[in-house]
Design a protein around this ligand. Sequence first.
Ligand SMILES: Nc1ncnc2c1ncn2[C@@H]1O[C@H](COP(=O)(O)OP(=O)(O)OP(=O)(O)O)[C@@H](O)[C@H]1O
Ligand SMILES: [Mg+2]
Length: 326
Amino acid sequence: MSIFMNEKTILKVKNLKTYFYTDKGEGRAVDNISFNLKKEKILAIVGESGCGKSVTALSILKLIEPPGKIVGGEILFNNINLLKLTNEEIRKIRGNKIGIIFQDPMMSLNPVFKAGEQIVETILTHKDMTKKEAKDLSLSLFEKVKLPDPEKVFNSYPHELSGGMRQRVMIAIALCCNPDILIADEPTTALDVTTQERVLDLIKELQSNSELSVLFITHDFRIVNKIADEVIVMYGGKIVEYRDKNSILKNPLHPYTKGLINSIPPVDKKIEKLPVIEGEVPDIFKNIKGCKFADRCKLSKEICFEKFPEKIKVDSNYSVFCWNYS
Ligand SMILES: Nc1ncnc2c1ncn2[C@@H]1O[C@H](COP(=O)(O)OP(=O)(O)OP(=O)(O)O)[C@@H](O)[C@H]1O
Ligand SMILES: [Mg+2]
C-alpha cells in the first residue's frame, strides 16, 4: 500500500487541475484541489453554481472533453492513477467500479430504449452473464431501489416513468455492477421535495448496506445535513473548507461557508428575507491571485487580495483556507 493512502481511503484526489481553453483564455474550473474519499463514507461537495463541482466529478471519471482538459494532478483509486489509464482501461472502471448518477436522468437515460434494455446493456458490458441472468439481476435491483412493479418498469420507456422513478432506474444502473464508489451529482435537484427525501433516504440506505463510498454533489446544505459524513466547500474551483459534517454545521469557519449556512431557510419559523451572499462567483477566466472569495467577503483584508490563503489545519484531518485564521 502506498504511503499516501491509509487503509480507509478509497479515492485520493491530489492537486487536480481541470481547465477550459476558449477565446477568453484559460479558465480554471478546478484549480488545484486535493481530498480523500473515505471508505464507506459519504463525502459531500457543496458550493454555488459554477464552483467546479461537476467538473470535479467528471474529471474523476476522465469524462472531460475539449475545450476542457485535465492539466495536472492524480486520482488514485486502489493505488491506480485513473488519469494515467487509457480510454479502454477507464471504461472498465466507469459504470463498473465507479457508478455515476446525474441531476437529470433524462440526460443519461436514452429515450429510445426501454429502462430494462438500458440496465441489461450496462450489466452485459461489464459482466460475463447471459441475457436472462442480466434481466433477473435488473429486476432484483429495481426491487432494491424500491421501484413498484419492477417488471413493468423494465418494459417502460423513460418518458413513461415519473421523475422519481427515472432517478431510481439511474441509481439501479449505477449500482448494477456493485461499484465501490458512487458519484451522485445533484441527483435530487429535479425532484419535488417529498420525492427528494425518499431518494436521499434510499441512497443513504444503499450506502450503509452495500459497503459503498459516495461522493455527493449538492448546492444545498440541508441535503448535506441529511446525508453527509464529511463536507468539502468549493468556491471558484478551489476548496475553501474541508470538515466533518457535524462540526462544519455547528461551527463553520470560512466566511463563504458561513454565508451558505446562513442562507438555509429555517424549518420552524418564517423569515421575510433570508440573508444572501452579495455578489457573484468569479469568472473562471479571470486571473485572481488572492482568495477568490475576497471581493464578496466582509472580513477581507489586504493580504486576501494578494495571496491565496495557506491551508490551516483545523485538526489532524480537516482544514480551512482563510487568512483570518493564520
Ligand atoms: N464545456 C465547458 N466549456 C467551458 N466552460 C465550462 C464547460 N463546462 C464547465 N465550464 C465552466 O466550468 C466552471 C465550473 O462548472 P461546473 O459545471 O463544475 O459547476 P458546478 O459547480 O457543477 O455548478 P452547478 O451547481 O450549476 O451544476 C463554470 O464556470 C463553467 O462555466
Ligand atoms: Mg454541476
